[in-house]
Design a protein around this ligand. Sequence first.
Ligand SMILES: O=P(O)(O)O[C@H]1O[C@H](CO)[C@@H](O)[C@H]1O
Ligand SMILES: O=c1cc[nH]c(=O)[nH]1
Length: 237
Amino acid sequence: MSTHIGAEPGAIAPHVLMPGDPLRAKWIAETFLDAATGYNEVRGMLGFTGTWRGHRISVQGSGMGQPSFAIYANELFDQYDVQSVVRVGSCGALVEKVGVRDVILASGACTDSGMNRVRFHGLDYAPVADFGLLRAAYDAAQARDDVTAWTGLIFSGDQFYTPRPDLMEPMVEHGVLGVEMEASALYTLAAKYGRRALAICTVSDHMVTGEETTALERQETFSAMVEIALEAVTSQA
Ligand SMILES: O=P(O)(O)O[C@H]1O[C@H](CO)[C@@H](O)[C@H]1O
Ligand SMILES: O=c1cc[nH]c(=O)[nH]1
């Protein structure tokens, strides 16, 4: 057991999908995994292990924001020897061409978080996805005709209710497609531990058009993203 995850050694698979929402973790386990069993209920941050097409896979909720995400990612990498993590999140679209329910494969993550400023003594580190996972996810997305997938930068913001939405303008001018709250920490920690990571996000809200999905949709209807994540993570096994 680690401080925040009540799993016995070996109970967590080498490949882990991480949604922010623990109820999305439960939905993924019940919908996609065979013989899924729960290994964590500490703080309600549910975690499950089962199999997908014969591969052992875990799903672990992360909570919202980089500080929460980093607690779980640190413990998964350091104490459960997890080899790859694919975040399966929701995000806001920052540009008109990206639509609600489209999927973004995050090649890299910009951030306003102070976490990496502390880690890198004020220098700017560039948190990027694992190329093998990104390529596998891209191939899996291209093979589908039920989802539009974009590959590019996202912004991991500390504040969902930011007082400075105008600060997204230069980000958009420099190619950022969407905003979420965790990928920068994921990519940084995976690099630190020498593991693989990718963030895939389904667009739940549109910053330009104002369109949005319901909480139930965010919890239960992002199947394409989950299947792309499962294909990507198992291709690296
Ligand atoms: O749907 P999840 O994975 O939680 O991701 C997004 O949704 C939350 C905000 O509503 C943040 O965690 C953000 O990154
Ligand atoms: O607008 C959004 C939607 C999901 N997640 C975010 O961080 N922002």
